[in-house]
Design a protein around this ligand. Structure first.
Ligand SMILES: [Zn+2]
Length: 234
């Protein structure tokens, strides 16, 4: 009897985190594992506890758009746009946009508050370093760029269209920066996060279109474990 229980336990431990390929089981996140798990994302950003950015280094996030095609896809756990249509100078270093995707509700919280949707703009440096810019979306005026994504997704658009990425970002680049991780397996650490303080609006219907596809693809808040959160006025 005891060995049967043990066998069940082992079977339970060995159960894969991925229920089937491309799908993430957000209801059994405890089965996800990271090689390192002391500096994970997302986190709750406590604005009153954030450290002002040092004046000794460049702080700005600057985005430069270039002409390239964008491909909207449903990757099995999020709505994602594969694109190289933007370059960024992030604190003085050059990055290229690799893709962006959306989580509902927001993965990060700001002073404990979730937004209905969070966009992750995944930038990669030439040396492979990842910097993810997080953008919060709230209900308000309709967003033309969001509508392009929704339309392409509904149409299973084979041909790519230009998406106005700037329209998916706030004008003001005030941010909270910390070192964290990918929020989906393999949960790799040493990812630079820049969560923008100013939210961007989408209409109720537009938010609904994203939530209809993935109403719950947000990882739970992870412990800060003493990491500094840096605030830059942008
Ligand atoms: Zn993400």
């Amino acid at each position: 009897m005891r060995s049967a229980v043990l066998a069940l336990l082992i079977a339970g431990l060995a159960a894969p985190a991925l229920a089937n390929e491309g799908k993430l089981d957000y209801d059994h996140q405890e089965k996800w594992s990271a090689a390192l798990d002391r500096a994970q994302s997302p986190i709750d950003i406590v604005t009153a506890s954030a450290t002002p950015a040092s004046g000794d280094e460049p702080q700005a996030l600057e985005f430069r758009l270039s002409d390239d095609v964008d491909k909207v896809e449903d990757n099995g756990h999020a709505v994602q746009v594969d694109t190289h249509a933007a370059q960024a100078q992030i604190r003085g270093r050059h990055f290229s946009l690799a893709q962006f995707h959306f989580h509902a509700q927001s993965e990060h919280t700001i002073d404990g508050r979730h937004y209905p949707l969070e966009g992750h703009f995944v930038f990669k440096a030439q040396d492979g370093r990842l910097a993810v810019v997080g953008v919060m979306f709230q209900e308000g005026a309709a967003n033309a760029a969001a509508q392009t994504i929704i339309d392409d997704l509904a149409a299973h658009a084979a041909t790519a269209r230009d998406i106005d990425i700037e329209a998916l970002m706030p004008k003001k680049h005030e941010y909270y920066h910390y070192l964290g991780s990918l929020t989906t397996p393999p949960l790799t650490e040493n990812v630079e996060w820049y969560v923008l303080a100013a939210p961007v609006t989408m209409s109720k219907d537009q938010l609904g279109a994203f939530l209809a596809r993935y109403p719950h693809n947000n990882r739970k808040i992870q412990p800060l474990n003493g990491r500094p959160v840096i605030h830059s006025a942008g």
